[in-house]
Design a binder for this molecule. Sequence first.
Ligand code: FMN
Length: 660
Amino acid sequence: MTNPTDFASLCAPLTLAGRQLRNRVAHASMTTLMASGGRVSDTLITYHANRARGGAAMTITEPIGMAHHQARLPRTQAWNDADLDGFRRWADAVETQNCRLIGQIQDAGRGRHYPGRNPEAIGASTLPDDLSWTVPHALTVQEIRALISEIAEASHRLMRCGFSGVELSCGHGHLFHQFLSPSSNRRQDEYGGDRDRRLRIVAELVAAIRALCGPGFIIGLKLPGEDGVPGGIGPAEAAPIAQALTAPRNVDYVCFAQGAHARALEMHVPDRYGPRLAYMDIIRGLHQAVNGVPLMALGRITDPAEADGILARGEAELIGLGRALVADPAWLDKARGGRTHAIRYCLSCNTCWGTIVAAHLPIACVNNPRVGRPDEVDYWPAPAPTRRRVVVVGAGIAGMEAAWVAAARGHDVTVFGRSVEVGGQARWRALLPGGETITSIYDYQLVAAQRAGARLELGVSASVADVLALRPDAVILATGATMIPPDWLAGDADGLVRDLRAALPSLVVRRSRQDGTAVIFDMDHTEATYAAAEFLRARFARVVLITPRDTIAVDVQMVTRQGILRRLAEQRIEIVTLSEPVWSAAIEGGVLEYTNVYTSEVGRVSDVAFLAYATPRAPNDALVAELRHRGVAVRLVGDCLAPLEMLAATATGHAAGEAV
Ligand SMILES: Cc1cc2nc3c(=O)[nH]c(=O)nc-3n(C[C@H](O)[C@H](O)[C@H](O)COP(=O)(O)O)c2cc1C
């Protein structure tokens, strides 16, 4: 009998196109922005080599430039011979670790995430992109044929460099999806009209790659399962498409992606507000449609036991992990080594998506401050040259990250935390909608800190004297930040108006519903404020957000923002834009007045039972001056250094732990 913790199904080998996969875990394609000047960089190679070293049997690259019109994109370029050495080194680094390297073929077509139109967009028909309203150049038949042969030749080039295969991305509303979907393909030639003609470009491309690369080269298809677009591809249309494309038996695996380049873009990276294993119903339903071609399950699979169960029940033959392997490349090795507790789990927060798409920076992760570093896999720091006494003040996620890393380096570490539990503000965020996964950050940190021997002094608001009493060689200050009261808050004698973060804890313990209106003055525009609004909506009859900007959630990247806007609308949370409250006596009677920032026109919200502000935060750095005056070396981390998002908290904490 097998032991369920053996993860026997996950660890079972599989053969694709005659090539061995040592287990069932594949890293799904993730754009990393780690290419450098259009070339394969050492960091990009290390990123994939790390996923191989951590146990994955196959890793799919981000989209590679496979045709000359993609030359200006920030990706590696395989349509000519300029970077053969880079592709060879990449393949070598991954394949020598018994992991198959698969290059992704993708073109965004008319899709664009940024403001403005894409002047170089190509597409099936001259119809606007749902997000940017870009109207593409509709490819002529000649151009389609040239594109197919250029991509097939680039695939062959990758094969010659040592790649095991390619994956053709036909989902997410990109070019090939645009051809497949009746909503974006209105052609009346051989590449549009009925279904057979809509899928011809994909079928011909697969056949062309197969003809050039032979039977021993893996070809994968990422197909739309449910694109969320009216008149687009739902499971009922996805099934015959998958059936037709797999019928010739010239593809080696299939996976289904959801969402499209539209209001449904959020679906492609299902987040923590929705269920885990987000798309298993769709995947199960489409399993019969793939003619026995191995099916890769994909979509918010984060837990090894859940992944193993999918395989054990025969619901899929492979497990695709995108974000889970960004968070922890050693996910599989830790699981099969009996160390699931040591996995840094994916939060499904989509911070990674924000780093590449909104910040245009290389991929980064809240729960993995070492993405792409050479020692990333199962990281445990090397000992420091000398053991030092380190005091960390603040047991939030910045302080705890610094503490475990410093302690693991052999330092004598004491952590003071004001609360009796670790996690700081993240612990409160964890109690709000979409917060459950956040516990994974401080759960890991606590286990690691204890393993490394850090001392935790919790429930202590440390004073300068408390810190100095430990005669520290270095102090790491992680005391967070506090929201700055807004200018309109002239007087608040009765504590009617509160800092949102301070106001929530008492509501969390009180379960009953309340009459009246909850109002948040929103000068924050980050995700937690809207989680609080949803939380308040479950407690109060009405919730109103008032913001001085012309819209909300400006500082949240697009996919998370789509979810926020959708849920606020579904929950009838009201939004008043371009407005600021005014302080007036009426507030005592539950009436809040506000004015338009341009016209000074007055509006009113009545029956106000809860009023709080979410505003920029100022660092709680009161201890710094005194400690420095006493000659103590002090480093600031997290909000105490600069009030930003969680990504900065763990990153700065981690860096301080390494540097101290
Ligand atoms: C930061 C980020 C970048 C991604 N880049 C790509 C990409 O370049 N090509 C692609 O096909 N899918 C891309 N995806 C989608 C993933 O491959 C995967 O389909 C999706 O994240 C769901 O899987 P997961 O829940 O395991 O992360 C990306 C997702 C994220 C979060």
